[in-house]
Design a protein around this ligand. Sequence first.
Ligand SMILES: O=C(O)CCC(=O)C(=O)O
Length: 191
Amino acid sequence: MKRQKLQDCMTYVENFIDSPGELYHQLRDQINWRQDHITLFGKTHAIPRFHAWYAEPNADYHYSGILLPRNDWSDLLLELKEKVEKKTSLHFNGVLLNYYRDGQDSNGWHADDEKELVRPIHVASISLGEERDMQFRLKGETKMHDKVLLGNGSLLVMKSPCQEKFQHQIPKRKRVNDGRINLTFRMVEKK
Ligand SMILES: O=C(O)CCC(=O)C(=O)O
């Protein structure tokens, strides 16, 4: 059987955003950020980043057992959604935002494959601020398969079957002292 290649489902677009520094500051100041906690093996931990969910009414999103409270689209986020839809010819009804304060904030191995995501799963992700690497591994394997550097103002499009076949993570990085914001546009089933 043909081994799945990351490049078959993923596209990276540099300089997708014209003024990424300005957008980073607007989002950092305007988004209704929250830091949630998860309990693993009886121990409660703060998730190592802030996050927020903006979506159409009735488009709810859970991950790691957390139901993220829905915020209504802002004009700025709707403008970005339309820009991403125009570039990708895909449609989205929600965006998950992550704010990594510095290199100590991270996002562990997972796939964006929650049950409420519409199949086939396509996601599109804007990066702002500090460059961070995203690592990929095949589901069921522990060895890293590939990595992509996510530059300031870039767009990463992961079409099906990326989420079905691979997991990804944003590891901690000692030398990163500044923040990064990521917006991942998604399509979820409405209640
Ligand atoms: O920060 C990123 O680029 C990835 C975010 C992510 O993996 C997620 O929100 O599920």
